[in-house]
Design a binder for this molecule. Structure first.
Ligand code: XMP
Length: 517
């Protein structure tokens, strides 16, 4: 176990993912963790993350100094590097030379474990205002840059290493190698975090947890619930009962596709409940995005509870108490709900399957320790088809968030038709994996004048929102090829009668969110 000590911002998750890419299991812990806790957790190495503060600022994240007396290999990054310097008796100062972005690093100790086998001059990604101006006693400098005379240091005997730059980001050319060298050559960790091992461990854990009970799972069509269900199915077979609540807000053909893909690859039993009329009724006249989410969440729970009761009554002796509910909770959700100090609630995310506490079920969350890319690898390991495993994110409340205005059957059909064209063209252009997702939004209360054939039209605009992202926390708009955009625009305005204009959203996140509502 490698513990990533979180000193703030979003660096820690990325570091934890990189550690796992080196096939070493890692977890994130707050910077307030004590040396005693680290010991109790049985950690074999620590990585101290970057963070937004200056080590001298009031309230800056501090560390238990005893962490450094545990005789554990420690790697400090950016802020973590500076805290290490400060705690161990070096000096950190505001030198007036900041470095942000791409920077040339001069390796001054090519034999250092961290730089072994990498070039003497290499490109790294920096983001710092303060700098370490003197190493602590017993340390030696291993690299420098124009603005940081101490850009990396080490104390080989104590297995303490640190770098000013960010090895975890893509723009640092040999960053992953530096982390791996630390993990494998300094901390002597083996690469045993593999997805087949995860499957075996989870299957055994689920068996032990469930015993002879029955388990219910809400499938949403998304990757997480499908992989979670497939894992549980592998463990307990037909004690698992899956329900897919069709709220009528899915894209064209989606329910049928998901059902087919899931059933054929897992053999699990899946019941589809068509509740579209009920959801549409409940949403009549509603335009406020948060109210839409609340209504959908509420209706979902009611429908699911009813269906769960029926399914379980049929499967077991009527009336007996049952039992467990599968949730596709991922590691970032766990980290964020544990940390998240002061994190603003931008949108109340309704996850299909995000059910209230007063449901009488125990929870099975077999993906709690996993990042999204790992969930996909587990899915492949379990034999789920590619199109399910690589399905792009789609929000639980579905197309309700993509019709700006009231949701009606006609409007759903318009947005479905446009969405189908966009999906077809992106797939045909081989762009599915390049973009994160591409919401197609109908501005249902906006009309503009157009001309088609000989006639004047007064139709609605469609907005395309293709984005690239690593985790949906931040995103950039995708630079789709003009010819693909042209084809999409042409087809939508020709094939979807009510639409006479196609526009492209070129806003990053922040400030815009990915969905329009
Ligand atoms: P935003 O719009 O907040 O979206 O930038 C970030 C990611 O979350 C998805 N999303 C949701 N998913 N329930 C969900 O399950 C929701 O209410 C919801 N709102 C947004 C969105 O598609 C994107 O992937």
């Amino acid at each position: 176990l490698v513990l990533v000590v979180d000193c703030g911002a979003q660096y820690a998750q990325l570091i934890a993912r990189r550690v796992r890419e080196a096939r070493c299991y890692s977890e994130i812990v707050p910077h307030t963790i004590t040396a005693a806790d680290v010991k109790k957790r049985g950690a074999r190495a620590l990585i101290i993350s970057g963070g937004p503060s200056s080590v001298y600022a009031e309230g800056a994240p501090s560390l238990d100094p005893d962490l450094f007396t545990l005789d554990l290999p420690i790697f400090g990054i950016c802020y973590g590097f500076q805290v290490m310097a400060q705690v161990l008796g070096g000096t950190v100062a505001h030198t007036g030379t900041s470095e942000y972005g791409r920077t040339d690093l001069q390796v001054t100790a090519p034999d250092s474990a961290v730089f072994a086998g990498t070039p003497d001059t290499q490109q790294v990604w920096m983001s710092h205002g303060d700098a370490v101006t003197a190493c602590p006693a017993g340390f030696s400098v291993t690299a420098k840059t124009a603005g940081a005379p101490v850009a990396a240091f080490e104390n080989v005997e104590r297995k303490l290493y640190g770098v000013q730059y960010h090895p975890e980001v893509m723009h640092t050319a040999h960053g992953q190698q530096a982390l791996q060298s630390f993990l494998h050559d300094v901390a002597l960790l083996r690469s045993d975090w593999t997805m087949d091992a995860v499957v075996d461990t989870q299957v055994a854990a689920i068996k032990a947890q469930v015993g002879g009970s029955h388990v219910i799972c809400a499938l949403s069509g998304g990757v997480d619930s499908a992989v979670a269900a497939a894992l549980v199915q592998r463990a307990i077979g037909d004690q698992l009962h899956c329900v897919l609540v069709d709220h009528g807000l899915m894209r064209r053909g989606e329910v049928a596709q998901v059902t087919r893909d899931f059933e054929s690859s897992t053999g699990a039993s899946l019941r589809v409940i068509d509740a579209s009329a009920r959801f549409l009724d409940a949403l009549a006249g509603v335009t406020d995005p948060e109210l839409k989410r609340k209504i959908i969440g509420r209706e979902f729970i009611r429908v699911f509870e009813g269906a769960a009761r029926d399914v379980l009554d049929e499967a077991t002796d009527a009336g007996r108490e049952v039992d467990f509910l599968v949730q596709g909770t991922l590691y970032p959700d766990v980290v964020e709900s544990g940390g998240g100090e002061g994190a603003a609630n931008i949108k109340s995310h309704h996850n299909v399957g995000g059910l209230p506490d007063d449901l009488q079920f125990g929870l099975i969350e077999p993906l709690r320790a996993l990042f999204k890319d790992e969930v996909r690898r587990v899915g492949i390991e379990l034999g789920l088809p590619e199109q399910l495993v690589w399905r792009q994110p789609f929000p639980g409340p579905g197309l309700a968030l993509r019709i700006i205005g009231e949701i009606t059957h006609e409007r759903l059909e318009i947005v479905r038709a446009a969405d189908q064209i966009v999906r077809d063209e992106l797939t045909a252009a081989g762009l599915d994996r390049e973009i994160w997702q591409c919401p197609v939004v109908l501005l249902a209360d906006v009309r503009s004048v157009g001309v088609q054939g000989d006639g004047r039209t007064y139709g609605h605009p469609i907005v395309l929102r293709p984005v690239s992202s690593e985790d949906a926390m931040t995103a950039d708009w995708s630079r789709l090829p003009y010819d693909v955009l042209a084809r999409v625009s042409n087809r939508i305005t020709n094939e979807v009668r009510e639409v006479n204009r196609v526009t492209l959203d070129i806003t990053s996140k922040p400030p815009g969110t990915i969905e329009w509502e």
